[in-house]
Unconditional design. Structure first.
Length: 272
């Protein structure tokens, strides 16, 4: 394995002994040289140990014990009959075989150990599924948050369009500049601006920049954009509230825009 395991559950499966063949050899080879993954394996073994301790102890039923003992007796009696055909026994076999506590314990281990392994594997699978559900829930929360933001923007647009304080400013093409036209909706009390226009693509290494020119003070940048031929540009932007606008303008600036206008004005629209 040249890289880290891509699935966290691989460490749990390896700790349980559920990996086989190339997968087992690959993760063993990687663990020998990666301290980070070795630490993850130690954490996985710790989780498995806790799961084993947390699993309830289930005592086998009396019926199960009786059936197991009957199978043991039948097996031994069958062996005794085969031995009696070929040789004379030195002593008569006991009708009721006696089994040592060690043999009985091995039978209980044979019954309970697989059940414990199944329980541990099932717990790891449930843990993995829960992690997947957590990731899906996080994605749903992100989507819901995005939809909430879109809804809030839509409400802002409606409020702005319905407000009597909103003004519409038409921006006209200046002589010798790229062809285009646009208009701006602006509400100083809400501090909101909406641009809608279409311009020819900017020259190489240039961008268009929209400016709010206040009645007093320096121009305020209201967005940098690079039009695509045949496609209108549209956006909404929040600005400081209470700024009285004298005019809006679009200038041609270096790519990425400038703090203050430096290039020619392409579109200009006074606020009436």
């Amino acid at each position: 394995m040249n890289g880290h395991p891509t699935r966290d559950e691989d460490f749990d499966l390896y700790a349980l002994g559920a990996l086989e063949g190339d997968e087992e050899l690959a993760i063993e080879s990687h663990l020998a040289t990666c301290a980070s993954c070795a630490e993850k394996l130690a954490e996985a073994r710790g989780r498995i140990a806790l799961l084993a301790l947390a699993a309830p102890q289930v005592a086998p039923s009396a019926d199960l014990k009786q059936r197991l003992m009957q199978q043991v007796r039948a097996h031994e009696e069958s062996n005794a009959e085969r031995n009696a055909v070929t040789s004379v026994p030195e002593r008569a076999p006991s009708r009721t075989p006696q089994h040592s506590p060690h043999e009985t314990g091995r039978w209980w281990a044979a019954v309970l150990l697989p059940a414990g392994v199944v329980l541990a594997v099932a717990t790891v699978l449930l843990w993995t599924e829960n992690r997947q559900l957590d990731r899906e829930l996080a994605a749903l929360r992100g989507s819901a948050q995005q939809q909430q933001q879109q809804l809030e923007r839509a409400r802002d647009v409606v409020d702005m369009l319905e407000s009597r304080d909103t003004v519409t400013v038409s921006l006209a093409q200046q002589p010798g500049m790229p062809a285009g036209a646009a208009h701006v909706l602006y509400n100083s009390k809400m501090g909101m601006l909406m641009y809608d226009g279409e311009l020819a693509p900017a020259p190489a290494a240039k961008s268009y920049q929209l400016w709010l020119v206040p009645a007093d003070g320096k121009p305020i940048s209201a967005g940098v954009f690079n039009p695509v031929s045949g496609r209108a540009d549209h956006w909404m932007m929040k600005l400081p509230q209470g700024i009285a606008a004298r005019e809006f303008a679009v200038s041609l600036e270096p790519v990425g825009g400038m703090p203050q206008p430096t290039g020619p004005m392409v579109l200009i629209g006074p606020v009436s």
